[in-house]
Design a protein around this ligand. Structure first.
Ligand code: SAH
Length: 257
């Protein structure tokens, strides 16, 4: 089943001693909307609970399958990389990452290993002992004067970044398969620019006496696009057709500006 093959399913969300069952439900909903499936709860205050189910709003299958453990260590079983999250810039001896870079690394690692993202208690976050079980600490760059997000909201931010990374990876894989022509070489590009410049002059679009920065801008545009050989041939074919048409009696020389 393709959904189960997604590396997102190898990323586990761990909530440590959540106090409000509503937040457990909100976290499940946040996860399911972003394609995450695996939830672990360390000593939840109250669970299972009707409030959690109501707040999950259809993501209660994640609650049913949630793993409930007595210790964070047990919830991290089998994980190859563990990210802790914290609202506070304590004098942390851990490297602090933002959600985006952590998500990129998590997705890369989830190809091979189980990953955990750990969230702390509503009132007190994670203890230093718990952070010591993490390889990296992530801080959502919130306003330093009001830095603490609701637990469910923090799960949503991380889940969203993980999904965006997953989508980006899928897209680059798709581009790699569609783009089967070899990339254009610098010689191909030099010939394309010469061809473009000649055609622009010939059609009167570019005045060689006043070139301004047009060709530089055109180069910048094509460099950004990263053309392959087929694409260069399409543009050059078009330029040849334009010049042929003009040669076929439409007249016009390069002297107009
Ligand atoms: N007063 C607590 C805040 C806890 S908020 C503290 O000082 O840490 C509950 C949990 O939500 C946090 O433990 C963390 O997992 C997550 N969280 C909230 N705001 C966050 C932020 N800005 N960056 C990263 N995680 C955050």
């Amino acid at each position: 089943m393709p959904a189960m093959m997604s590396p997102l399913t190898r990323i586990r969300v761990v909530l440590v001693e959540p106090t409000h069952p509503g937040n457990i439900g909100a976290a499940a909903r946040a996860m399911k909307t972003m394609g995450l499936r695996s939830l672990a709860l360390v000593r939840p205050h109250e669970f299972p609970c009707a409030t959690a189910t109501a707040m999950a709003a259809g993501a209660d299958d994640l609650l049913v399958r949630a793993q409930v453990t007595d210790s964070l260590q047990a919830a991290l079983g089998g994980c190859g990389w563990v990210i802790g999250t914290s609202a506070r810039t304590r004098t942390i001896p851990w490297p602090v990452h933002d959600p985006r870079e952590a998500a990129a690394r998590a997705l890369a690692m989830a190809e091979e290993a189980e990953i955990a993202v750990v969230f702390g208690r509503e009132h007190a976050g994670l203890t230093n002992d718990e952070l010591e079980l993490c390889q990296a600490v992530v801080q959502i760059p919130s306003d330093p004067h009001f830095s603490s997000l609701n637990l469910g909201a923090a799960v949503q931010v991380l889940a969203y970044e993980l999904r965006m990374q997953w989508l980006a990876r899928q897209q680059s894989a798709a581009v790699a398969t569609v783009n089967d022509a070899p990339p254009a070489t610098s010689d191909d590009m030099a010939r394309l620019y010469a061809h473009l410049e000649e055609t622009m002059i010939e059609t009167g679009f570019l005045d060689p006496a006043k070139p301004r920065r047009l060709m530089r801008r055109v180069r910048r545009l094509f460099n950004r696009a990263g053309l392959d050989r087929n694409e260069v041939n399409i543009i050059r074919g078009f330029l040849t057709a334009v010049r042929g048409k003009r040669g076929d009696g439409r007249g016009g020389t390069a002297d107009q500006t």
